[in-house]
Design a protein around this ligand. Structure first.
Ligand SMILES: *[C@@H]1O[C@H](CO)[C@@H](O)[C@H](O)[C@H]1NC(C)=O
Ligand SMILES: *[C@@H]1O[C@H](CO)[C@@H](O)[C@H](O)[C@H]1NC(C)=O
Ligand SMILES: CC(=O)N[C@H]1CO[C@H](CO)[C@@H](O)[C@@H]1O
Length: 679
């Protein structure tokens, strides 16, 4: 160990005693900007003093874990200032901003930019920062709003005297909910950044991630958001995207904020306390919900993005699934022992092994011979059946033998390569290669609906489970790889796994009906959910059941979610509670985790405790991965079955209450599972 290290060790001890210095920390360099207020000026990996100073930023080491060493000076040379006065508009106010200097962090800065402020309802404010001279991508989520400004609002805005701050205040208490310095704003073609202080460190939400606590740490934590097929691991960007947070103010009032943006993005939570949003496309479209209770925040949020759908009563019953029963005989044996032990049980799922060679809209006529009749029989006995469908279609079957591909090809429904006419070809579950339906295309919706209706004639399903719709592709980009260009290689890649936009999915420059995959990637699962909901409704003539792995803002209107391919570990059981509370904030209350865990073999004790906890998940399903040991509640013998039966019976005795909670959620936007602070 060298001398520098031991001096630093001493410095850490002194820092603990209240003095903050270290031998390799220059006490002068951070004078103007306290460590807690630092905003990262080199958010991508590989920062150095040289690169930092070349950006006009300050380099200063610190002992505080995760605090940036390269940060913007007090007067950032990159920002904007107000041009003229705020103009009054029918819906609120318009501010025009000009860039202060020619300096650019990632190139192609846009000036002027406009902030349109809309006083949408008494408790909802929208402000959108955009390029007034060129249309940029915007998420096509319709938020109803009146054509004139609401009066008697619970908030007010303020553009501070020095014209460098944009603030939102709660009128009743004067609390500043949002305070963004315009000189911290960056608005370039592929890099948009804004920082706001928040009125307390009680911040919840942002997804989809595995969070270690419901209330966030504000000690320089950064979360990436970009839909991705990835098992839950802390700080990884997972299947869905929810740039929404709730903040509980120091006097217990609560507000929520949505950034309606679908591009790859990240958010940093800093101890100031503040939040820094970075996205690589679209516009900065913020909605603020004034609450003032946490429950009011979720009600107002779902009023804007769409109320959760009303689930069918049967779907509140216990559900069983696994990937890899392998045959109808094993499936039947499992169902029989569930009945033998009289375990409450209403829904059976089939994962991809029911299909013939993992081809959508088929079933394995050898290993699952008699599946159609068996589904009918279970339904006669009062049960319901859910089938999985994947969003990739094999292109390598004999021509004329695989209708889903032939019809889709004829109708031109696939995601295309950057040329806009050649289908993107990737590798997924089916043998050979696959193409990817573009659900943002109305023709694709017609094709998918038709296929779901035809499937119903063969397999009499009650609901559809849509998996792998991030969309997942097993390679980095489609065949033959991604071209080198600005879309595939943006100057900044947010804090996402592998720091690669094409990893396990398609190239960003692929073409969908709504625009480049670069903009629409995280909308894939969302755009598949509504058409699947409507197709299921049409096929069954009943209330639809759709379970989607990838979700986005507003997905709860047409589907539920499970927390993905978790692990059979105690940690995963614990963290499932946090995930369930978060999806209730996101307006997707029909939510659960795979009881007993998906990956790895479970154990008797873990599975039993998880059955007891999972009996009270809003969506209660035991699901398992291929090749793992059996883990249905009848698999462990009489004692295990008896305990599972007892806790599930408590669930069933509460079903009218649970159903009422879902009704309240559907009509008024309430949460179904909520943390005690909501009460
Ligand atoms: C994709 O290409 C097909 C032709 O192969 C075309 O019919 C379709 O409109 C294209 N879709 C998009 C979104 O580019
Ligand atoms: C999990 O259980 C299966 C079936 O009992 C067994 O074949 C497999 O080896 C087990 N896996 C591990 C990692 O223990
Ligand atoms: C980390 C891990 O085990 N991930 C697995 C999760 O499950 C999917 C199957 O749905 C596998 O493809 C992943 O490898």
């Amino acid at each position: 160990m060298g001398r520098v290290k031991s001096l630093c060790f001493l410095a850490v001890v002194l820092a603990v005693l209240g003095q903050s210095f270290c031998s390799d920390e220059d006490p002068q360099c951070s004078r103007d900007v306290p460590v807690k207020s630092r905003i990262d000026c080199h958010p991508q990996p590989g920062a150095s003093q040289e690169k930092c100073e070349a950006r006009g930023c300050i380099w200063c080491s610190t002992n505080m874990p995760n605090a940036p060493w390269c940060f913007f000076p007090e007067d950032s040379p990159y920002g904007y200032s107000l041009n003229g006065n705020a103009e009054k508009t029918a819906k609120g106010w318009r501010l025009t901003l000009n860039k202060l200097q020619a300096l650019s962090l990632f190139g192609n800065d846009i000036s002027p930019v406009v902030i349109d402020v809309e006083f949408q309802t008494r408790d909802r404010l929208r402000f959108k920062i955009y390029d007034p001279n060129r249309q940029r991508f915007e998420v096509p989520l319709k938020v109803e709003s009146p054509s004139v400004a609401a009066d008697d609002t619970s908030y007010d805005i303020e553009v501070a005297d020095d014209t460098s701050h944009f603030r939102i205040k709660r009128k009743s208490t004067g609390t500043v909910l949002w305070d963004a310095s315009l000189s911290d704003l960056i608005f370039s073609n592929q890099y948009l950044q804004i920082t706001t202080t928040v009125p307390s460190t009680s911040v919840y939400g942002f997804g989809e991630h595995e969070h270690l606590s419901f209330k966030h740490s504000m000690n320089f934590a950064t979360y990436g958001m970009f839909s991705r097929d990835q098992s839950p691991t802390p700080f990884a960007n997972l299947y869905g995207v929810h740039p929404f947070y709730m903040c509980v103010e120091t006097d217990s009032n609560a507000h929520g904020v949505l950034l309606l943006n679908s591009n790859a993005q990240d958010v940093s939570l800093s101890p100031n306390p503040s939040l820094t949003f970075r996205t690589i496309g679209g516009v900065l479209d913020f909605y603020v919900f004034l609450g003032p209770t946490p429950e009011n925040v979720v009600q107002q949020y779902t009023e804007a993005i769409g109320r959760p759908h009303m689930p069918a009563y049967w779907s509140l019953g216990f559900q069983l699934s696994r990937w890899g029963y392998g045959s109808i005989d094993v499936l039947k044996k499992t169902v029989d022992r569930m009945h033998y032990y009289d375990i409450p049980y209403d829904v059976q799922h089939s994962d991809i092994d029911y299909m013939e060679r993992r081809l959508d809209f088929t079933y394995d006529k050898v290993n699952y011979a008699g599946l159609p009749e068996y589904m009918q029989q279970l339904k006669k006995e009062g049960m319901h059946y859910v089938l999985i469908l994947d969003p990739f279609i094999s292109k390598d079957e004999e021509p004329g033998t695989y209708r889903p591909y032939d019809l889709g090809e004829e109708m031109g429904v696939w995601v295309n390569n950057s040329d806009g006419v050649t289908p993107a070809v990737g590798k997924a579950w089916p043998d050979g290669h696959s193409v990817f339906p573009d659900y943002t295309n109305p023709r694709t919706v017609d094709w998918w609906t038709q296929m779901c209706l035809e499937l119903k004639d063969v397999l009499d399903y009650d609901g559809i489970w849509i998996d792998m719709n991030e969309p997942s592709n097993f390679d980095r980009g489609q065949y033959p790889g991604c071209a080198v260009n600005d879309v595939n290689n943006p100057p900044y890649i947010p804090s996402i796994s592998d720091r690669a936009l094409a990893q396990k999915t398609l190239c960003p420059d692929s073409k969908t009906y709504l625009g480049e995959h670069y903009n629409t990637h995280s909308l894939f699962g969302w755009s598949q959910t509504a058409p699947t909901f409507h197709a299921t409704q049409k096929a069954t003539g009943k209330r639809a059941f759709v379970l989607s792995r990838s979700t986005f803002v507003g997905s709860g209107k047409h589907g539920g979610h499970w927390l993905g391919d978790n692990f059979s570990q105690w940690k995963d059981m614990h963290l499932s509670i946090i995930g369930i509370l978060e999806f209730n904030l996101f307006g997707i209350p029909y939510i659960g985790a795979d009881i007993c865990g998906f990956n790895y073999n479970t154990t008797y004790e873990l599975c039993l405790r998880w059955m007891q906890l999972g009996s009270f998940y809003p969506f209660s399903r035991n699901h398992n991965a291929e090749k793992n040991s059996e883990q249905d509640p009848a698999a462990f013998g009489a004692e295990f079955a008896k305990i599972s039966r007892e806790t599930l019976r408590i669930r069933y005795s509460l079903l009218p209450y649970l159903y009422t909670l879902f009704f309240e959620s559907h009509v008024h936007g309430n949460t179904v599972a909520r943390s005690l602070m909501h009460e």
